[in-house]
Design a protein around this ligand. Sequence first.
Ligand code: AKG
Length: 276
Amino acid sequence: MPKHLTKDQVRHFREEGWLAPLRAMSAEDALKCRDGVETLERQVGREANAFMKIKGYLASPWIVELARRPEILDAVEDIIGPDIMLFGASIFAKGGRDSRYVSWHQDSAYFGLSPHEEITAWVAFTESTVDNGCLRVVPRTHTGPDREHVETYAPDNMLARGQELQGIDESQAVDLVLKPGEFSLHHERTAHGSSANRTGDRRIGLAFFYIPAHVGSTIGRRTATLVRGVDRFNHWDPDPLPQTELDPVAFKALEAAWGQYKDGEVRQAANEPTTA
Ligand SMILES: O=C(O)CCC(=O)C(=O)O
C-alpha cells in the first residue's frame, strides 16, 4: 500500500513519468523559502542560479530540512521505496520579464547514476504558471532510452551547457502549474524544460534529486545524504552538511560539485557502467 499517494497516483507516475500537484508546505512557508533564497543571494552577492546548483542544499541548513519534509519524502517513498538518499538540489530562479528558458533535456544523461531510478521533486517557492515559465514535461519519455543532447551553450539557456534534446514533440507537453508550496515529481529520463517568464515577478523553484540507496555513481565516488531509511549499500560518502548559513566547508563542497558539473567532467555519463 502506498503511504501518501493513491494507487492511481503511483500508477500515473509509473506510466506518465510525472505527477503534480502535490503539497509540500503552506503558501506562507513557501514565501519564507523565497525570503531564504533572497537572503542568501544578498549575502553571496550573486543570483541564486550562480551558486545554488547541483548540491544547493549545502548552502544552508533550512534547505536540508526542507528536503527532509515528510510531505515530500512520503510521496518519494511511494515511488522509490523507503531507503532514500538526497544526492542533489538545484535552484531554478527566473527574474520578472526574463527571457531565459530551460531547453528540453533528460537529467539521466548528466547525473551519472545507475540504475536510472532518480526522481526529482520540484518545489514551488512562488506561483509557477504558464505565463511565468513553469516546468513542462513530455509524458512517457521516461520509458524510452537516453537520448543524445546537443550542447548549444545558448546564452539564454539556463542549463550549464545549454544541452538540448532534438525532435521533441512539444504538442505532447504538459505544463506543471503549481501554487507556492506545491511540488511536482518527475523521473530522471522524463524530457522536461521551461519557457521564459513573461510576468513582472520572479518564478522560483528548488529541485531536489532523490535516489533509492541502491543507486550508484557511474562517475566515481561522490557524496550524498541519507534522508530516510537505511543505507545498506555504501555507494556514497557523506555530504559535509552545513551547520550554519553559508558554512564555509559545506559551501566549498557545493562550489566544487557545481564547478565539476559545469566544466564538463560529467558528460553524457548515463550509459557507462557503475563504479560504485
Ligand atoms: O525550473 C525549471 O525551469 C527547470 C527545472 C529542471 O530542469 C529540473 O528540475 O531538472
